[in-house]
Design a protein around this ligand. Structure first.
Ligand code: GAR
Length: 199
């Protein structure tokens, strides 16, 4: 790691509400500071929220690469490296990354996933939890490895599933916990502590 505060790059695709909770937590005695918010979507709402906080932003639009994942990821790395991050946080970044990119940031890339992994890797997690009749749902922070949504778990938060829940109401309840869990895990991870956080 570099001298001074731990540098954190946050990758988003959408509204960036998790990015905001991470960035807003990184003040005062927190061991880390945000060094970049990068989106693969030029219209991502999180970009304005990052700019409003004075965080450098970048856009690498995957559509410019016509399905060439390697070229897209080379451009991602080229946009990220000048900011010299120690840690990458995926926060609603909705592109699948190849082993080449993941290897570049091995051991220092985190992801938030809206299910209690190992349940419901991939998409539509809340609908799948409801279809299965689960009594509880939640979210997971994990280290990113080449296995999709499969790396070591660094934290989980649980919520009850209520009888009247829809995927939207369940997602909203889980999102409240995402906003508690990700900052708590990053605070630990930035000091080298990988002990799982359970909320
Ligand atoms: C979050 O709910 C996050 O868990 C999910 O995307 C949302 C992003 O919201 N991530 C995934 O589904 C990853 N496969 P945000 O942009 O407001 O943080």
């Amino acid at each position: 790691m570099s001298d001074g505060p731990v540098r954190v790059a946050i990758l988003i695709s959408g509204s960036g509400s998790n990015m905001v909770t991470l960035a807003d937590d990184m003040t005062g005695a927190h061991p880390a500071r945000p060094c970049l918010v990068l989106s693969n979507r030029p219209g991502a709402g999180g970009l304005d929220k990052a700019r409003a906080r004075g965080i450098p932003t970048a856009v690498v639009d995957h559509r410019d690469f016509g399905g060439d994942r390697e070229a897209f990821e080379e451009a991602l790395i080229a946009a990220i490296e000048p900011h010299a991050p120690d840690i990458l946080c995926l926060a609603g970044f909705m592109r699948i990354l190849t082993p080449r990119f993941i290897g570049h940031y091995a051991g220092r890339m985190l992801n938030i996933h809206p299910s209690l992994l190992p349940k419901y890797r991939g998409l539509n997690t809340h609908a799948r939890a409801l279809d299965a009749g689960d009594a509880e749902a939640g979210c997971t922070i994990h280290e990113v490895t080449a296995e999709l949504d499969g790396g070591p778990i660094l934290g989980q938060a649980r919520v009850p599933v209520l009888p009247e829940d829809t995927p939207e109401t369940l997602a909203a309840r889980v999102l409240v916990q995402e906003h508690r869990l990700y900052p708590a895990v990053l605070r630990r991870f930035a000091t080298g502590d990988r002990t799982p956080v359970n909320l």
